[in-house]
Ligand binder design. Structure first.
Ligand SMILES: Cc1cc2nc3c(=O)[nH]c(=O)nc-3n(C[C@H](O)[C@H](O)[C@H](O)COP(=O)(O)OP(=O)(O)OC[C@H]3O[C@@H](n4cnc5c(N)ncnc54)[C@H](O)[C@@H]3O)c2cc1C
Length: 526
Protein backbone atom coordinates (compact mmCIF):
# COMPACT_ATOMS: atom_id res chain seq x y z
CA UNK A 1 0.00 0.00 0.00
CA UNK A 2 1.13 3.54 -0.80
CA UNK A 3 0.26 6.50 1.46
CA UNK A 4 0.28 10.24 0.77
CA UNK A 5 -1.06 13.40 2.37
CA UNK A 6 -2.55 14.30 -0.99
CA UNK A 7 -3.14 12.06 -3.96
CA UNK A 8 -3.65 13.73 -7.33
CA UNK A 9 -5.16 11.73 -10.19
CA UNK A 10 -4.00 13.28 -13.47
CA UNK A 11 -0.99 15.30 -14.53
CA UNK A 12 -2.50 18.00 -16.75
CA UNK A 13 -2.40 21.65 -15.78
CA UNK A 14 -4.95 21.15 -12.98
CA UNK A 15 -2.98 18.34 -11.32
CA UNK A 16 0.38 20.01 -11.78
CA UNK A 17 -0.87 23.30 -10.34
CA UNK A 18 -2.19 21.62 -7.22
CA UNK A 19 0.98 19.55 -6.76
CA UNK A 20 3.28 22.56 -6.93
CA UNK A 21 1.17 24.63 -4.55
CA UNK A 22 1.17 21.86 -1.93
CA UNK A 23 4.58 20.27 -2.13
CA UNK A 24 6.39 22.65 0.23
CA UNK A 25 4.60 21.11 3.23
CA UNK A 26 2.76 17.98 2.05
CA UNK A 27 3.75 14.58 0.66
CA UNK A 28 2.07 14.49 -2.73
CA UNK A 29 1.44 11.45 -4.94
CA UNK A 30 0.70 12.24 -8.59
CA UNK A 31 -0.58 9.34 -10.65
CA UNK A 32 -1.11 9.54 -14.37
CA UNK A 33 -2.26 6.87 -16.75
CA UNK A 34 0.34 7.51 -19.45
CA UNK A 35 3.41 9.70 -19.16
CA UNK A 36 3.61 12.93 -17.21
CA UNK A 37 3.04 15.24 -20.17
CA UNK A 38 0.24 13.32 -21.90
CA UNK A 39 -3.15 15.02 -21.61
CA UNK A 40 -5.14 17.84 -23.22
CA UNK A 41 -3.12 20.50 -21.44
CA UNK A 42 -0.03 19.70 -23.50
CA UNK A 43 -1.99 19.97 -26.77
CA UNK A 44 -3.53 23.37 -26.03
CA UNK A 45 -2.44 25.68 -28.78
CA UNK A 46 -4.07 29.09 -28.48
CA UNK A 47 -3.27 30.24 -24.96
CA UNK A 48 -4.67 31.42 -21.64
CA UNK A 49 -7.23 34.19 -21.22
CA UNK A 50 -6.32 36.75 -18.55
CA UNK A 51 -6.81 40.41 -17.82
CA UNK A 52 -3.26 41.73 -18.19
CA UNK A 53 -3.63 44.88 -20.21
CA UNK A 54 -4.73 48.06 -18.42
CA UNK A 55 -7.03 48.81 -21.34
CA UNK A 56 -8.85 45.55 -20.65
CA UNK A 57 -10.92 44.97 -17.50
CA UNK A 58 -12.16 42.20 -15.24
CA UNK A 59 -15.73 43.33 -15.92
CA UNK A 60 -15.30 42.94 -19.67
CA UNK A 61 -13.73 39.49 -19.38
CA UNK A 62 -16.61 38.45 -17.12
CA UNK A 63 -19.15 39.88 -19.56
CA UNK A 64 -17.60 38.03 -22.52
CA UNK A 65 -17.65 34.78 -20.53
CA UNK A 66 -21.29 35.23 -19.53
CA UNK A 67 -22.35 35.98 -23.10
CA UNK A 68 -20.61 32.86 -24.42
CA UNK A 69 -22.16 30.78 -21.61
CA UNK A 70 -25.67 31.66 -22.87
CA UNK A 71 -27.15 32.51 -19.48
CA UNK A 72 -25.87 29.47 -17.61
CA UNK A 73 -22.52 30.62 -16.19
CA UNK A 74 -22.23 30.81 -12.44
CA UNK A 75 -21.43 34.50 -12.01
CA UNK A 76 -19.68 34.06 -8.68
CA UNK A 77 -17.36 31.42 -10.12
CA UNK A 78 -16.72 33.50 -13.21
CA UNK A 79 -15.82 36.57 -11.16
CA UNK A 80 -13.57 34.58 -8.83
CA UNK A 81 -11.66 32.99 -11.70
CA UNK A 82 -11.30 36.14 -13.78
CA UNK A 83 -10.28 38.26 -10.77
CA UNK A 84 -7.42 35.83 -10.11
CA UNK A 85 -6.30 35.60 -13.74
CA UNK A 86 -3.37 38.01 -13.52
CA UNK A 87 -2.04 36.37 -10.37
CA UNK A 88 -2.21 32.96 -12.10
CA UNK A 89 -0.22 34.18 -15.11
CA UNK A 90 2.34 35.92 -12.86
CA UNK A 91 2.85 32.56 -11.13
CA UNK A 92 3.52 30.82 -14.45
CA UNK A 93 5.93 33.57 -15.52
CA UNK A 94 7.76 33.29 -12.20
CA UNK A 95 8.11 29.54 -12.79
CA UNK A 96 9.74 30.30 -16.14
CA UNK A 97 7.04 29.61 -18.75
CA UNK A 98 8.38 31.17 -21.98
CA UNK A 99 5.36 33.17 -23.14
CA UNK A 100 5.81 34.99 -26.46
CA UNK A 101 7.21 38.46 -25.81
CA UNK A 102 6.34 41.76 -27.43
CA UNK A 103 8.55 44.54 -26.21
CA UNK A 104 6.39 47.14 -27.95
CA UNK A 105 3.45 46.20 -25.73
CA UNK A 106 3.27 47.66 -22.22
CA UNK A 107 2.84 44.23 -20.63
CA UNK A 108 6.01 43.02 -22.39
CA UNK A 109 4.02 40.07 -23.80
CA UNK A 110 2.19 39.42 -27.02
CA UNK A 111 -1.55 39.08 -26.44
CA UNK A 112 -3.87 37.65 -29.07
CA UNK A 113 -7.60 37.96 -29.48
CA UNK A 114 -9.91 35.02 -30.01
CA UNK A 115 -13.58 34.65 -30.94
CA UNK A 116 -15.92 35.97 -28.26
CA UNK A 117 -13.27 38.10 -26.51
CA UNK A 118 -13.77 41.86 -26.69
CA UNK A 119 -10.04 42.49 -26.06
CA UNK A 120 -6.65 41.09 -26.85
CA UNK A 121 -6.18 39.05 -23.67
CA UNK A 122 -4.79 35.64 -24.65
CA UNK A 123 -1.23 35.16 -23.45
CA UNK A 124 0.51 32.38 -25.36
CA UNK A 125 3.77 30.67 -26.21
CA UNK A 126 3.69 30.79 -30.04
CA UNK A 127 1.09 28.21 -31.19
CA UNK A 128 2.07 25.59 -28.59
CA UNK A 129 1.14 27.21 -25.27
CA UNK A 130 0.09 24.05 -23.49
CA UNK A 131 3.35 22.25 -24.25
CA UNK A 132 5.38 25.23 -23.00
CA UNK A 133 3.41 25.32 -19.75
CA UNK A 134 3.36 21.59 -18.97
CA UNK A 135 7.01 21.02 -19.85
CA UNK A 136 8.08 23.90 -17.57
CA UNK A 137 5.88 22.76 -14.68
CA UNK A 138 6.70 19.12 -15.36
CA UNK A 139 10.40 19.76 -14.79
CA UNK A 140 9.69 21.39 -11.42
CA UNK A 141 7.47 18.48 -10.44
CA UNK A 142 10.05 15.85 -11.35
CA UNK A 143 12.70 17.70 -9.39
CA UNK A 144 10.58 18.17 -6.24
CA UNK A 145 11.51 15.84 -3.37
CA UNK A 146 7.96 15.90 -1.91
CA UNK A 147 6.22 14.85 -5.14
CA UNK A 148 6.14 11.19 -6.17
CA UNK A 149 5.17 10.81 -9.82
CA UNK A 150 3.69 7.43 -10.76
CA UNK A 151 3.39 7.15 -14.54
CA UNK A 152 1.35 4.39 -16.21
CA UNK A 153 -0.91 4.12 -13.16
CA UNK A 154 -4.63 4.25 -13.98
CA UNK A 155 -7.09 4.96 -11.18
CA UNK A 156 -9.93 2.43 -11.09
CA UNK A 157 -12.22 3.53 -8.27
CA UNK A 158 -12.18 5.84 -5.29
CA UNK A 159 -11.98 4.38 -1.80
CA UNK A 160 -14.90 5.87 0.13
CA UNK A 161 -16.26 5.50 3.64
CA UNK A 162 -19.18 3.56 2.16
CA UNK A 163 -16.80 0.98 0.66
CA UNK A 164 -15.05 0.69 4.01
CA UNK A 165 -18.33 0.36 5.90
CA UNK A 166 -17.66 3.62 7.79
CA UNK A 167 -20.01 6.45 8.73
CA UNK A 168 -20.08 9.64 6.66
CA UNK A 169 -19.21 10.37 3.06
CA UNK A 170 -15.46 10.74 2.75
CA UNK A 171 -12.75 9.72 0.30
CA UNK A 172 -9.59 7.94 1.47
CA UNK A 173 -7.71 7.41 -1.78
CA UNK A 174 -7.99 5.16 -4.76
CA UNK A 175 -7.40 1.69 -6.15
CA UNK A 176 -5.18 1.99 -9.22
CA UNK A 177 -3.77 -0.39 -11.79
CA UNK A 178 0.02 -0.25 -12.09
CA UNK A 179 0.11 -1.02 -15.81
CA UNK A 180 3.77 -1.93 -15.86
CA UNK A 181 3.44 -4.62 -13.19
CA UNK A 182 -0.18 -5.42 -14.10
CA UNK A 183 -1.11 -5.18 -10.43
CA UNK A 184 -3.80 -3.28 -8.57
CA UNK A 185 -2.32 -1.03 -5.89
CA UNK A 186 -4.07 0.57 -2.92
CA UNK A 187 -3.17 4.25 -2.61
CA UNK A 188 -4.37 5.82 0.63
CA UNK A 189 -4.54 9.59 1.04
CA UNK A 190 -5.93 12.17 3.43
CA UNK A 191 -7.08 14.24 0.46
CA UNK A 192 -7.72 13.08 -3.10
CA UNK A 193 -8.02 15.23 -6.17
CA UNK A 194 -9.51 14.24 -9.50
CA UNK A 195 -7.63 16.15 -12.20
CA UNK A 196 -8.34 13.62 -14.89
CA UNK A 197 -9.58 15.90 -17.69
CA UNK A 198 -12.56 15.66 -20.01
CA UNK A 199 -14.39 13.00 -21.95
CA UNK A 200 -13.85 13.68 -25.68
CA UNK A 201 -13.20 9.99 -26.37
CA UNK A 202 -16.86 9.24 -25.70
CA UNK A 203 -17.35 10.36 -29.31
CA UNK A 204 -15.98 8.95 -32.53
CA UNK A 205 -14.18 12.13 -33.55
CA UNK A 206 -12.39 14.31 -31.03
CA UNK A 207 -9.49 16.71 -30.79
CA UNK A 208 -8.74 15.28 -27.34
CA UNK A 209 -5.87 12.88 -26.67
CA UNK A 210 -6.60 9.22 -25.83
CA UNK A 211 -6.49 9.98 -22.10
CA UNK A 212 -9.81 11.89 -22.21
CA UNK A 213 -12.16 9.03 -21.32
CA UNK A 214 -14.24 10.62 -18.58
CA UNK A 215 -12.61 8.50 -15.84
CA UNK A 216 -12.84 11.15 -13.13
CA UNK A 217 -16.44 12.05 -13.92
CA UNK A 218 -17.45 8.38 -13.75
CA UNK A 219 -15.42 7.66 -10.59
CA UNK A 220 -16.80 10.74 -8.84
CA UNK A 221 -20.37 9.85 -9.83
CA UNK A 222 -19.94 6.30 -8.52
CA UNK A 223 -18.56 7.75 -5.27
CA UNK A 224 -21.66 9.90 -4.77
CA UNK A 225 -20.92 13.27 -6.43
CA UNK A 226 -23.46 15.25 -8.42
CA UNK A 227 -22.69 16.01 -12.06
CA UNK A 228 -23.77 19.20 -13.79
CA UNK A 229 -24.33 20.47 -17.35
CA UNK A 230 -23.10 17.30 -19.04
CA UNK A 231 -25.16 17.93 -22.18
CA UNK A 232 -22.91 20.84 -23.16
CA UNK A 233 -20.25 19.29 -25.37
CA UNK A 234 -18.21 21.74 -27.42
CA UNK A 235 -17.39 20.70 -30.97
CA UNK A 236 -14.54 22.17 -32.97
CA UNK A 237 -15.84 22.53 -36.53
CA UNK A 238 -12.70 21.50 -38.39
CA UNK A 239 -10.56 18.55 -37.38
CA UNK A 240 -8.45 16.90 -40.09
CA UNK A 241 -10.14 13.79 -41.48
CA UNK A 242 -7.53 11.20 -42.44
CA UNK A 243 -7.13 7.52 -41.54
CA UNK A 244 -3.51 8.00 -40.49
CA UNK A 245 -3.91 10.88 -38.11
CA UNK A 246 -6.11 11.71 -35.18
CA UNK A 247 -6.86 14.75 -33.09
CA UNK A 248 -5.29 17.25 -35.50
CA UNK A 249 -7.00 20.62 -35.47
CA UNK A 250 -7.29 22.79 -38.53
CA UNK A 251 -7.23 26.14 -36.79
CA UNK A 252 -10.08 28.59 -37.11
CA UNK A 253 -7.55 31.03 -38.50
CA UNK A 254 -7.73 29.13 -41.82
CA UNK A 255 -11.36 30.20 -42.15
CA UNK A 256 -10.41 33.61 -40.81
CA UNK A 257 -7.90 34.01 -43.64
CA UNK A 258 -10.43 33.07 -46.32
CA UNK A 259 -10.74 29.25 -46.23
CA UNK A 260 -13.97 28.10 -47.90
CA UNK A 261 -16.00 25.08 -46.83
CA UNK A 262 -17.13 22.87 -49.70
CA UNK A 263 -18.96 19.63 -50.44
CA UNK A 264 -16.99 16.93 -52.31
CA UNK A 265 -18.34 18.28 -55.64
CA UNK A 266 -16.90 21.73 -54.85
CA UNK A 267 -20.19 23.42 -53.89
CA UNK A 268 -19.81 26.07 -51.18
CA UNK A 269 -22.50 25.58 -48.51
CA UNK A 270 -21.96 27.98 -45.59
CA UNK A 271 -23.80 30.98 -47.15
CA UNK A 272 -26.96 28.82 -47.15
CA UNK A 273 -26.69 28.45 -43.37
CA UNK A 274 -25.60 31.85 -42.07
CA UNK A 275 -24.98 35.29 -43.59
CA UNK A 276 -21.52 35.31 -41.98
CA UNK A 277 -20.74 32.13 -43.96
CA UNK A 278 -17.37 30.58 -42.94
CA UNK A 279 -16.89 33.33 -40.33
CA UNK A 280 -19.97 32.39 -38.33
CA UNK A 281 -19.30 31.26 -34.72
CA UNK A 282 -17.92 27.77 -34.06
CA UNK A 283 -21.20 26.14 -33.07
CA UNK A 284 -23.02 27.49 -36.15
CA UNK A 285 -20.29 26.21 -38.50
CA UNK A 286 -20.16 22.84 -36.75
CA UNK A 287 -23.95 22.47 -37.02
CA UNK A 288 -23.90 23.37 -40.73
CA UNK A 289 -21.19 20.80 -41.47
CA UNK A 290 -23.08 18.18 -39.49
CA UNK A 291 -26.26 18.98 -41.44
CA UNK A 292 -24.52 18.63 -44.82
CA UNK A 293 -22.73 15.42 -43.80
CA UNK A 294 -25.97 13.80 -42.62
CA UNK A 295 -27.96 15.07 -45.62
CA UNK A 296 -25.50 13.76 -48.21
CA UNK A 297 -24.23 10.75 -46.22
CA UNK A 298 -20.66 12.11 -46.26
CA UNK A 299 -17.64 11.05 -44.21
CA UNK A 300 -16.22 14.60 -44.34
CA UNK A 301 -16.41 17.99 -46.04
CA UNK A 302 -13.53 20.08 -47.41
CA UNK A 303 -11.88 23.31 -46.35
CA UNK A 304 -10.22 25.03 -49.28
CA UNK A 305 -7.56 27.72 -48.95
CA UNK A 306 -5.59 26.60 -52.02
CA UNK A 307 -6.68 29.62 -54.07
CA UNK A 308 -4.41 31.83 -51.93
CA UNK A 309 -0.74 32.22 -52.91
CA UNK A 310 1.36 29.25 -51.77
CA UNK A 311 3.78 31.51 -49.89
CA UNK A 312 0.96 33.10 -47.91
CA UNK A 313 -0.31 29.67 -46.84
CA UNK A 314 3.12 28.37 -45.86
CA UNK A 315 3.90 31.52 -43.91
CA UNK A 316 0.59 31.68 -42.02
CA UNK A 317 0.03 27.97 -41.41
CA UNK A 318 3.45 26.32 -41.28
CA UNK A 319 2.36 23.48 -38.96
CA UNK A 320 -0.86 22.68 -40.77
CA UNK A 321 0.93 22.81 -44.14
CA UNK A 322 3.71 20.49 -42.94
CA UNK A 323 1.42 18.03 -41.18
CA UNK A 324 -0.97 17.72 -44.15
CA UNK A 325 1.94 17.38 -46.59
CA UNK A 326 3.29 14.45 -44.58
CA UNK A 327 -0.08 12.77 -45.18
CA UNK A 328 0.08 13.54 -48.91
CA UNK A 329 -2.25 16.56 -48.85
CA UNK A 330 -0.70 19.70 -50.34
CA UNK A 331 -2.99 22.42 -48.99
CA UNK A 332 -1.57 24.97 -51.43
CA UNK A 333 -2.99 22.81 -54.24
CA UNK A 334 -6.03 20.99 -52.85
CA UNK A 335 -8.75 21.27 -50.20
CA UNK A 336 -8.35 19.78 -46.71
CA UNK A 337 -10.77 16.99 -45.65
CA UNK A 338 -12.35 17.99 -42.32
CA UNK A 339 -14.98 16.84 -39.81
CA UNK A 340 -16.29 18.52 -36.68
CA UNK A 341 -14.87 16.90 -33.56
CA UNK A 342 -15.55 17.00 -29.85
CA UNK A 343 -13.24 19.53 -28.25
CA UNK A 344 -14.32 20.29 -24.68
CA UNK A 345 -16.58 18.89 -21.93
CA UNK A 346 -18.27 21.91 -20.31
CA UNK A 347 -19.98 19.91 -17.56
CA UNK A 348 -18.55 17.60 -14.93
CA UNK A 349 -18.49 16.95 -11.19
CA UNK A 350 -20.19 19.81 -9.36
CA UNK A 351 -17.69 21.69 -7.18
CA UNK A 352 -17.45 24.86 -5.18
CA UNK A 353 -14.77 27.49 -5.74
CA UNK A 354 -12.16 25.45 -3.89
CA UNK A 355 -12.75 22.44 -6.15
CA UNK A 356 -14.48 20.59 -3.34
CA UNK A 357 -17.05 17.97 -4.45
CA UNK A 358 -19.99 16.47 -2.56
CA UNK A 359 -17.67 13.90 -0.96
CA UNK A 360 -15.46 15.05 1.93
CA UNK A 361 -11.75 15.24 1.14
CA UNK A 362 -12.47 14.71 -2.57
CA UNK A 363 -11.65 17.57 -4.94
CA UNK A 364 -12.15 17.90 -8.70
CA UNK A 365 -10.34 20.55 -10.74
CA UNK A 366 -10.03 21.30 -14.45
CA UNK A 367 -12.07 19.77 -17.25
CA UNK A 368 -13.39 16.98 -14.98
CA UNK A 369 -15.22 19.57 -12.88
CA UNK A 370 -18.17 21.89 -13.25
CA UNK A 371 -17.63 25.14 -11.36
CA UNK A 372 -20.18 26.86 -13.58
CA UNK A 373 -17.55 28.99 -15.38
CA UNK A 374 -18.34 27.59 -18.82
CA UNK A 375 -22.14 27.63 -18.59
CA UNK A 376 -23.72 26.36 -21.80
CA UNK A 377 -20.68 27.17 -23.97
CA UNK A 378 -17.03 27.72 -23.10
CA UNK A 379 -15.35 30.98 -24.00
CA UNK A 380 -12.07 30.13 -25.77
CA UNK A 381 -8.96 29.95 -23.55
CA UNK A 382 -10.86 30.11 -20.26
CA UNK A 383 -10.24 26.44 -19.47
CA UNK A 384 -6.52 26.56 -18.73
CA UNK A 385 -7.21 29.60 -16.57
CA UNK A 386 -9.76 27.63 -14.56
CA UNK A 387 -7.17 24.86 -13.90
CA UNK A 388 -4.74 27.45 -12.52
CA UNK A 389 -7.12 29.44 -10.31
CA UNK A 390 -9.18 26.59 -8.87
CA UNK A 391 -6.05 24.42 -8.52
CA UNK A 392 -4.51 27.04 -6.24
CA UNK A 393 -7.76 27.54 -4.30
CA UNK A 394 -8.01 23.77 -3.74
CA UNK A 395 -4.44 23.71 -2.42
CA UNK A 396 -5.25 26.48 0.05
CA UNK A 397 -8.35 24.61 1.21
CA UNK A 398 -6.36 21.41 1.73
CA UNK A 399 -3.62 23.25 3.63
CA UNK A 400 -6.23 24.69 6.00
CA UNK A 401 -8.00 21.37 6.62
CA UNK A 402 -7.57 19.52 9.95
CA UNK A 403 -5.30 16.46 9.91
CA UNK A 404 -6.87 12.98 10.08
CA UNK A 405 -5.71 9.45 10.79
CA UNK A 406 -6.33 7.15 7.85
CA UNK A 407 -8.50 4.09 8.59
CA UNK A 408 -7.44 0.55 7.74
CA UNK A 409 -8.01 -0.03 4.04
CA UNK A 410 -8.36 -3.54 2.60
CA UNK A 411 -6.44 -4.51 -0.51
CA UNK A 412 -8.18 -4.92 -3.86
CA UNK A 413 -9.82 -8.32 -3.99
CA UNK A 414 -9.53 -10.04 -7.34
CA UNK A 415 -9.76 -13.59 -6.04
CA UNK A 416 -13.08 -14.15 -7.84
CA UNK A 417 -12.02 -13.04 -11.32
CA UNK A 418 -10.13 -14.68 -14.16
CA UNK A 419 -8.19 -13.49 -17.18
CA UNK A 420 -10.38 -12.26 -19.98
CA UNK A 421 -11.27 -14.79 -22.63
CA UNK A 422 -12.26 -12.40 -25.40
CA UNK A 423 -10.63 -8.98 -25.78
CA UNK A 424 -12.80 -8.38 -28.84
CA UNK A 425 -15.78 -7.67 -26.57
CA UNK A 426 -13.98 -4.57 -25.34
CA UNK A 427 -12.87 -3.24 -28.71
CA UNK A 428 -16.27 -3.93 -30.27
CA UNK A 429 -18.20 -2.19 -27.49
CA UNK A 430 -15.77 0.71 -27.48
CA UNK A 431 -16.39 1.33 -31.21
CA UNK A 432 -20.13 0.83 -30.91
CA UNK A 433 -20.45 3.33 -28.07
CA UNK A 434 -18.42 6.07 -29.78
CA UNK A 435 -20.31 5.61 -33.06
CA UNK A 436 -23.71 5.67 -31.29
CA UNK A 437 -22.77 8.87 -29.44
CA UNK A 438 -21.58 10.46 -32.68
CA UNK A 439 -24.70 9.51 -34.63
CA UNK A 440 -27.36 10.09 -31.97
CA UNK A 441 -25.98 12.55 -29.40
CA UNK A 442 -23.95 14.81 -31.67
CA UNK A 443 -24.27 18.42 -32.68
CA UNK A 444 -27.97 18.30 -33.59
CA UNK A 445 -30.14 16.24 -31.26
CA UNK A 446 -33.71 14.96 -31.24
CA UNK A 447 -35.66 13.13 -28.52
CA UNK A 448 -35.86 10.05 -30.72
CA UNK A 449 -32.10 9.93 -31.32
CA UNK A 450 -31.37 10.48 -27.63
CA UNK A 451 -33.72 7.67 -26.58
CA UNK A 452 -32.17 5.39 -29.18
CA UNK A 453 -28.71 6.20 -27.75
CA UNK A 454 -29.88 5.62 -24.18
CA UNK A 455 -31.22 2.15 -24.90
CA UNK A 456 -27.97 1.18 -26.69
CA UNK A 457 -25.89 2.59 -23.83
CA UNK A 458 -27.87 0.68 -21.21
CA UNK A 459 -27.34 -2.61 -23.03
CA UNK A 460 -23.63 -1.89 -23.39
CA UNK A 461 -23.45 -0.91 -19.76
CA UNK A 462 -24.97 -4.20 -18.61
CA UNK A 463 -22.55 -6.18 -20.73
CA UNK A 464 -19.54 -4.21 -19.57
CA UNK A 465 -20.48 -4.40 -15.89
CA UNK A 466 -20.85 -8.15 -16.15
CA UNK A 467 -17.48 -8.35 -17.85
CA UNK A 468 -15.96 -6.09 -15.17
CA UNK A 469 -17.26 -8.37 -12.41
CA UNK A 470 -15.79 -11.50 -13.97
CA UNK A 471 -12.41 -10.59 -15.41
CA UNK A 472 -9.14 -8.98 -14.34
CA UNK A 473 -9.13 -5.26 -14.98
CA UNK A 474 -7.13 -3.89 -17.88
CA UNK A 475 -6.57 -0.31 -19.02
CA UNK A 476 -9.09 -0.66 -21.86
CA UNK A 477 -11.75 -2.22 -19.65
CA UNK A 478 -11.40 0.51 -17.01
CA UNK A 479 -11.70 3.21 -19.68
CA UNK A 480 -14.63 1.56 -21.44
CA UNK A 481 -16.55 1.23 -18.16
CA UNK A 482 -16.01 4.96 -17.56
CA UNK A 483 -16.83 5.94 -21.15
CA UNK A 484 -20.16 4.17 -20.97
CA UNK A 485 -20.99 5.73 -17.63
CA UNK A 486 -20.09 9.20 -18.88
CA UNK A 487 -22.07 8.67 -22.10
CA UNK A 488 -25.14 7.81 -20.06
CA UNK A 489 -24.73 10.99 -18.00
CA UNK A 490 -24.50 13.08 -21.20
CA UNK A 491 -27.63 11.52 -22.69
CA UNK A 492 -29.67 11.75 -19.49
CA UNK A 493 -28.72 15.41 -19.13
CA UNK A 494 -29.57 16.13 -22.77
CA UNK A 495 -32.98 14.51 -22.34
CA UNK A 496 -33.74 16.77 -19.39
CA UNK A 497 -33.14 19.99 -21.34
CA UNK A 498 -36.34 20.96 -23.13
CA UNK A 499 -34.86 23.86 -25.11
CA UNK A 500 -31.89 24.74 -27.31
CA UNK A 501 -29.21 26.69 -25.50
CA UNK A 502 -25.50 27.20 -26.10
CA UNK A 503 -23.98 23.95 -27.29
CA UNK A 504 -27.15 21.90 -26.83
CA UNK A 505 -29.29 22.07 -29.96
CA UNK A 506 -32.50 20.04 -30.13
CA UNK A 507 -34.67 19.91 -33.21
CA UNK A 508 -37.66 19.11 -30.97
CA UNK A 509 -37.11 22.25 -28.89
CA UNK A 510 -35.38 24.76 -31.19
CA UNK A 511 -36.08 27.79 -28.96
CA UNK A 512 -34.33 29.01 -25.85
CA UNK A 513 -36.52 29.25 -22.75
CA UNK A 514 -36.61 32.46 -20.74
CA UNK A 515 -35.91 30.68 -17.51
CA UNK A 516 -32.35 29.45 -17.07
CA UNK A 517 -31.61 26.25 -15.22
CA UNK A 518 -28.52 24.11 -14.77
CA UNK A 519 -28.89 20.38 -15.34
CA UNK A 520 -27.78 18.60 -12.20
CA UNK A 521 -27.98 14.82 -11.83
CA UNK A 522 -28.10 13.35 -8.33
CA UNK A 523 -26.30 10.06 -7.75
CA UNK A 524 -27.96 7.16 -5.94
CA UNK A 525 -28.01 7.62 -2.16
CA UNK A 526 -24.78 6.61 -0.44
C1 LIG B 1 -6.22 20.31 -29.09
C2 LIG B 1 -6.68 21.13 -27.92
C3 LIG B 1 -6.42 22.49 -27.88
C4 LIG B 1 -6.84 23.27 -26.79
N1 LIG B 1 -6.51 24.59 -26.73
C5 LIG B 1 -6.81 25.30 -25.61
C6 LIG B 1 -6.34 26.64 -25.44
O1 LIG B 1 -5.66 27.19 -26.31
N2 LIG B 1 -6.67 27.31 -24.29
C7 LIG B 1 -7.42 26.74 -23.30
O2 LIG B 1 -7.68 27.38 -22.26
N3 LIG B 1 -7.85 25.47 -23.42
C8 LIG B 1 -7.55 24.74 -24.53
N4 LIG B 1 -7.98 23.44 -24.64
C9 LIG B 1 -8.68 22.84 -23.50
C10 LIG B 1 -7.66 22.58 -22.38
O3 LIG B 1 -6.47 22.11 -22.94
C11 LIG B 1 -8.19 21.56 -21.37
O4 LIG B 1 -9.46 21.90 -20.95
C12 LIG B 1 -7.27 21.51 -20.15
O5 LIG B 1 -5.95 21.28 -20.56
C13 LIG B 1 -7.71 20.43 -19.18
O6 LIG B 1 -6.70 20.27 -18.21
P1 LIG B 1 -6.85 19.15 -17.11
O7 LIG B 1 -5.66 19.25 -16.25
O8 LIG B 1 -8.19 19.24 -16.52
O9 LIG B 1 -6.84 17.78 -17.96
P2 LIG B 1 -5.74 17.15 -18.92
O10 LIG B 1 -4.71 18.11 -19.32
O11 LIG B 1 -6.48 16.44 -20.00
O12 LIG B 1 -5.04 16.07 -17.98
C14 LIG B 1 -5.74 14.94 -17.52
C15 LIG B 1 -4.74 14.01 -16.88
O13 LIG B 1 -5.42 12.97 -16.20
C16 LIG B 1 -4.83 11.72 -16.51
N5 LIG B 1 -5.87 10.69 -16.27
C17 LIG B 1 -7.10 10.61 -16.80
N6 LIG B 1 -7.75 9.54 -16.29
C18 LIG B 1 -6.92 8.96 -15.40
C19 LIG B 1 -7.00 7.82 -14.55
N7 LIG B 1 -8.10 7.04 -14.52
N8 LIG B 1 -5.94 7.50 -13.79
C20 LIG B 1 -4.80 8.24 -13.82
N9 LIG B 1 -4.66 9.34 -14.61
C21 LIG B 1 -5.71 9.69 -15.38
C22 LIG B 1 -4.39 11.89 -17.94
O14 LIG B 1 -3.44 10.92 -18.28
C23 LIG B 1 -3.83 13.30 -17.87
O15 LIG B 1 -2.55 13.29 -17.30
C24 LIG B 1 -7.57 22.66 -25.73
C25 LIG B 1 -7.83 21.29 -25.78
C26 LIG B 1 -7.39 20.53 -26.85
C27 LIG B 1 -7.67 19.06 -26.86
Amino acid sequence: MLKFDVLIIGSGLAGMTLALHLAATRKVGLITKRDLLEGSSTYAQGGIAAVLDTEDSVEEHIRDTLIAGAGLCNEEATRFIVEHSKEAIDWLIALGVPFTRDDTHKTGYHLTREGGHSHRRIIHAADATGAAVTSTLGQKIKAHPNITVLEDFIAIDLITSRKLGLEGKRCYGVYALDKTLDQVVTIAAKHTMLASGGAGKVYLYTTNPDTATGDGIAMGWRAGCRVGNMEFIQFHPTCLYHPHTKSFLISEAVRGEGGILKLPDGTRFMPDHDPRAELAPRDVVARAIDFEMKKHGLDCVYLDISYKPANFIKEHFPNIYAHCLELGIDITQEPIPVVPAVHFTCGGLVTDLTGHTDVDALYAVGEVACTGLHGANRLASNSLLECLVIGKAAAEDILAAPDIVLPKIPDWDDSQVTDTDEEVVISHNWDELRRAMWDYVGIVRTNKRLMRALSRIRLLSEEINEYYSNFHVTNDLIELRNLVQTAELIVRSALLRKESRGLHYSRDYPDMLEETQETVLQPAQH
